[in-house]
Write a protein that binds this ligand. Structure first.
Ligand code: NAD
Length: 278
């Protein structure tokens, strides 16, 4: 069993980004909007700001109160869309219930959609056209590549079908010529499907989703989940101690997919900046 060191691979990517940023005429600029005071969102936004600093990317965080109206949020985004000094715009999800995430994401200028959630980018991903690839799926593919896992001809099982993780990572695995199955809450016999898999990506947001008896010997296991165990510690969707002895490679939580998501956000910001000035 080998543990995939997401921190190390992410540090390498961040160093690559920092070197390219140093050669830019001005610092690429990421604007992050956060609405309300969700504690998890606050942590993510702070980590993103720190990561920007460490690579020389300029970061502006705009914190709006929970009672911000959808019109006010759309106006803030319109301001950033029109601001020539802003290269990437990220709206931290989830948004308060009275705001439509769909309308908000669609209002971000396509060429500044750093998360790749805009319908134009989603369509491009599924039509195999050039696009901004969502950070977490992109980071997962980079981890597989870094550890020499070739998806071609392999059976990959993705647990979770969200627009943010499950669907895009399934598409990327498909593009890498894996045979992909997507599982979800209505999958009748999850274990029967996962036991067939060479590569498993667990993205459910529920600890204990993947146990050792659900995994065949030698499988590569990518754990996307970020959950709180009853004792307050962070854990993934995979029961690590149970699955790790059977896996050929496995990501830990924390220290697996999470750092790659942030490193890919930095890379996407740099790429958007470069595209605007090409
Ligand atoms: P989501 O709630 O939008 O989607 C979860 C999906 O999992 C759904 O499609 C659902 O059908 C499926 N699912 C839930 N329970 C299941 C079960 N028991 N069996 C089979 N399928 C099940 O969540 P999301 O936004 O895709 O995020 C998933 C997890 O990944 C969350 O824990 C989130 O915090 C984490 N996440 C981590 C990163 C990172 O950088 N590490 C990035 C994004 C999301």
């Amino acid at each position: 069993m080998g543990i995939i060191d997401g921190k190390k691979i992410a540090a390498e990517l961040r160093a690559e980004v920092a070197e390219k940023v140093a050669g830019c005429a001005r610092a690429p600029h990421l604007a992050v909007i956060v609405v309300g005071d969700d504690p998890a969102s606050a942590v993510y936004v702070r980590n993103k700001a720190r990561a920007c600093e460490s690579t020389g990317i300029r970061n502006t965080t705009i914190a709006l109160p929970a009672e911000t109206s959808e019109a006010e949020l759309l106006a803030a985004i319109a301001g950033l869309n029109a601001d020539d000094a802003v290269d990437g715009i990220l709206v931290q999800l989830p948004l308060p219930k009275h705001i439509s995430e769909e309308r908000v994401i669609a209002s971000i200028a396509l060429e500044k959609d750093v998360d790749g959630f805009h319908p134009g980018n989603v369509a491009a991903l599924f039509q195999k056209r050039p696009c901004t690839v969502p950070c977490t799926p992109k980071g997962i593919m980079k981890l597989l590549e870094a550890y020499g896992v070739e998806p071609k001809g392999k059976r990959a099982v993705v647990i979770g079908r969200s627009l943010i993780v499950g669907l895009p990572v399934a598409k990327l695995l498909l593009d890498a010529n894996a045979t992909v199955t997507i599982c979800h809450t209505r999958t009748a016999d999850l274990a029967a499907v996962t036991r067939e898999a060479d590569i498993i990506v667990a993205a459910t947001g529920h600890s204990g989703t993947l146990r050792g008896d659900m995994v065949r010997e030698g499988a590569v296991v990518i754990d996307v989940g970020i959950n709180r165990a009853p004792d307050g510690t962070l854990c993934g969707d995979v029961v690590f101690d149970d699955v790790a002895p059977k896996a050929s490679l496995i990501t830990p939580v924390p220290g697996g997919v999470g750092p790659m998501t942030i490193a890919c956000l930095l890379e996407n910001t740099l790429d958007l900046y470069l595209k605007r000035y090409q």
